[in-house]
Design a protein. Structure first.
Length: 255
């Protein structure tokens, strides 16, 4: 009986150790499946700086940034980034600051599930995001809420004013601590955040060349924003279109 009891205890201990082993193994596989994304600097105009957990300094073409880094541009500067798997291209406007809060992915190719979270605290940016896999997240936090992007060409300001050129963006504004219901902004539309807690966002057409030169500039300024520098006006036709997408020679990885 004593031997039987000892054997039962040893068997139970063995099963417990085996369970811990398989749980840890499963966690290791899960962790191994998630890879850290990269933001590669492909073009710089003017002066721009970066800051990460371990260092800071002047930004350089070819530099690779990861989650936890932030970029600041000068008054006449812009920065083009390739987010590679995590969302294609991104242009940071002049006099802007954006932090990369999260940048990782699982899987490969069109089936890759990405997690991209940017925090735009000053200025503006525009981007081109390919069609995302089902569980992917591409979010931009601003002072007045969060934009959820899916397969979109967009421009967004730090106060939450958002222009959609192609695709759609889901906005969730938070003004005065009060969150609004998700708000869908479609191609050709511009959304302005509520001016009071619990208020309704203002939806209008994408600014035209004339709008940006006159009334819309004042409207954006009155709402605490900056005039976007991401609208490109053709010198030959005078039409307003998204700024030409930057070329990203070399793709992802080391320069």
């Amino acid at each position: 009986m004593k031997h039987s009891g000892t054997f039962s205890k040893l068997a139970a201990l063995g099963l417990a150790l085996a369970a811990v082993f398989f749980i840890n193994s499963a966690q290791a596989v899960t962790n191994a499946g998630t890879q850290q994304g990269q933001a590669k600097v492909t073009k710089i105009t003017g002066n721009a700086t970066y800051r990460s957990a371990s260092q800071s300094g002047d930004l350089k073409v070819g530099q690779i940034l990861t989650a936890g880094a932030s970029i600041s541009t000068g008054p006449a500067a812009t920065v083009d980034l390739s987010l590679c798997v995590n969302g294609q291209s991104l242009t940071i406007s002049s006099d802007s600051t954006v932090a990369i809060d999260q940048l990782d992915f699982t899987g490969t190719g069109d089936e890759a599930v990405i997690n991209t979270r940017l925090n735009l605290t000053k200025g503006g940016l525009n981007g081109n995001v390919k069609k995302l896999a089902g569980n992917s997240k591409y979010e931009i936090k601003t002072a007045n809420g969060v934009a959820g992007v899916r397969g979109t060409t967009y421009a967004i300001l730090s106060n939450g004013v958002t222009h959609v050129f192609r695709g759609a963006v889901y906005m969730r504004f938070v003004v005065g601590g009060v969150a609004s219901e998700p708000f869908l902004v479609l191609a050709g539309q511009t959304v302005y955040p509520p001016t009071t807690p619990g208020g309704v966002p203002t939806l209008g057409p994408r600014p035209s060349e004339m709008d940006l030169r006159t009334a819309d500039r004042e409207k954006i300024r009155d709402r605490g924003g900056v005039v976007p520098t991401v609208i490109y006006v053709s010198p030959t036709t005078g039409t307003s279109t998204p700024e030409p997408e930057p070329e990203h020679p070399g793709g992802c990885g080391p320069a």
